[in-house]
Design a protein around this ligand. Structure first.
Ligand code: FES
Length: 104
């Protein structure tokens, strides 16, 4: 079963910034990219659990703040030479209101 949740407004997140969302035991990092698109992934690095929402956004990737693994926010995959992946969540932005929805 999937659920679509209103999690923030585009104006709540700075460009290349992020916001943490908690849904029950699940923590999700929602990122606003420089083109105003929004992507969401599980907020835990597959290496040693670094908080991805505190990472640096570069293009469509986030650099983990702990050991600089690079994670593609579109696919959730860790970029080579490292390996792993995080769960991604579908996002939707209402252009008129700026409302950000994620589907979990
Ligand atoms: S915990 Fe993310 S790179 Fe080590």
């Amino acid at each position: 079963m999937t659920t679509k949740l209103l999690v923030a407004n585009l104006s709540d997140i700075t460009i290349k910034g992020s916001r943490r969302i908690k849904v029950n035991d699940l923590e999700i990092a929602v990122f606003r990219l420089s083109d105003d698109s929004v992507l969401a992934v599980e907020n835990s690095c597959p290496h040693k659990g670094g908080t991805l929402a505190e990472g640096i956004v570069c293009g469509t990737a986030v650099h983990c703040p702990l050991h600089d693994w690079k994670i593609d926010l579109r696919t959730g995959r860790v970029q080579e030479p490292d390996e792993g992946c995080v769960t991604t969540f579908a996002t939707e932005v209402d252009k008129a209101s700026g409302s950000i929805y994620i589907t979990i």
